[in-house]
Design a protein around this ligand. Sequence first.
Ligand SMILES: Cc1ncc(COP(=O)(O)O)c(C=O)c1O
Length: 444
Amino acid sequence: MKKINSEKLFKEAQQVMVGGVNSPVRSFKAVGGNPLIIDYGRGSKIYDVDGNAYTDYCLAWGAAILGHAHRNVVLAARKRVNKGIGFGATTKPEIEIAQYITKCIPSIELIRFVNSGTEATMSAVRLARGFTRKNIVVKFDGCYHGHFDDFLIKAGSGVATLSQSSSLGIPQSHIDTTVSLPYNNTSVLAETLERFKKDIACVIIEPVAGNMGVIPAQKEFLKTLRDLTRKYGILLIFDEIITGFRSFPGGLQSEVDIYPDLTCLGKIIGGGFPVGAYGGRKDIMECLAPLGGVYQAGTFSGNPIVMRAGLATLKFLTKSFYENLNQKSEQFVVALNNFFTENKISAHILSYKSMFSLRFSKESVYNYSQAQAASNADLYKSLFRHLLAQEIYWPPADLETSFISGVHTKMDLDGLKRAIQDFFIQNRNSFQHLRKELIHEKII
Ligand SMILES: Cc1ncc(COP(=O)(O)O)c(C=O)c1O
């Protein structure tokens, strides 16, 4: 695989950008080697600056649900760009996408667009504090809600690969007002909410965690969370920045029939452009300026090109689109899990519809400490490099989520399945269980 241009450009990048990247996990620190320098993407493939093609399961961290450079999205953006880039004033595309989203997700009565997921969660928490006049934020270990100070406590995603559990530069006062609890643990949740109810402004959760690998919250846990937050006058925020429009138009909340007070969105709703949004109950949202006293603003918020690309994406996400996407994802996951079981390999794929991640253990994983126990940095690194050599790109860090798009073909998915199977067969010495089984079966 030729890498001359990529290597040259990465050297240049390191001279002028911190670590040569603009977001830490892109640096490949966890998996070694130089990061990809992408030239362009088409459908399920991305192409680096040396012309190498890779089937992409990272998909802009879940944003590219239609694959790359989808015709409708490109056309919508191109058409709108001719009218001017942005005005810092209201445009029709903002209103139209707001109408569309509020119709799809009825718990969002009013919405505010921002420019990233971090901005959405950070603003939603400020709003919750302003509305309730309380300060404490409860989150869950291993959930990631962006890089806002109050969230970088036992956070997942890229932070999980750093040696520190949090980040330098966070004032103690922020740490003091954030409580992080184990995911899917109803008794600890109930105890904490009961004990601190007078001071807790909100609980924020990824209803399917995607930043400690995939871990769906158990329905009973979410139900208790909803009941208790309601009982104690605590706002419930669903961070649906990954799950929003990923497997159902109404978000994860409609699938489980549990509705938060506020919802954060991002990724898919921008069609691949930078975006975030938060919205929810009218009485809460009306506390935002200009109607209320909680301030939040943005020069680029609701940019018309982003809104047009986002709406073109959302309109493509029909019932049959999701049926097809969810079905092919399930077939892929079932086939791989059968392979692991049949070969007695201590690994499994944990998935939610078209989100999936590999666990180096047989046992199911329900929280962050189990996710960490089922992770294996060295094996993940070898697997990542093995896949890259087979022209497959997936997240360059364990404890991230891979995604399948509407345009991934059976051939793409079979290719990934085969590459993973080959890896486990080739590395059989690392897997005692597999080795014993293969000897028994007279395969080796
Ligand atoms: C669940 C979740 N919330 C928030 C964020 C932050 O979004 P952004 O990176 O757009 O700031 C992410 C990013 O991956 C995320 O996965």
